[in-house]
Design a binder for this molecule. Structure first.
Ligand SMILES: [Zn+2]
Length: 119
């Protein structure tokens, strides 16, 4: 991969990282403010719990993506970024543009997803 391409994806990853941090912060703040409202009546209480579970699920998912981004950034430093971890072919530029932290090419991704679905 060319240095200029590498930089392009690095900027994308770093930008995404900032965005995710912000999303997590927002979710946390939301959870905090819900806690303050907790002394409502019973009906409100139920929906507050559901909202909180959703927020927590969102932040768990975002944390996972944050980990994947850090992993991609470390691959940029150590070499191997943009290569599929399964077949070691280049991951297509188009795919990386959509998902710059992709670890597998589209073909291997499908194989992995299919075998995961069998469980
Ligand atoms: Zn592959």
């Amino acid at each position: 991969m060319r240095d200029s391409d590498l930089k392009f994806f690095k900027d994308m990853l770093l930008e995404r990282k900032v965005q995710i941090r912000k999303n997590i912060d927002d979710a946390m703040r939301e959870i905090e403010s819900l806690k303050d409202d907790e002394v409502g009546d019973e009906a409100d209480h139920a929906s507050v719990s559901t909202d909180r579970m959703i927020e927590q699920a969102i932040s768990a998912q975002q944390s996972r993506e944050l980990g994947e981004i850090d992993y991609a950034l470390s691959k940029m430093q150590n070499g191997g970024y943009g290569l599929c971890e399964m077949c070691e072919e280049d991951i297509s530029f188009q795919r990386l543009k959509v998902k710059p932290h992709a670890r597998y090419c589209i073909v291997c991704r499908e194989i992995i997803e299919k075998s995961a679905n069998k469980n």
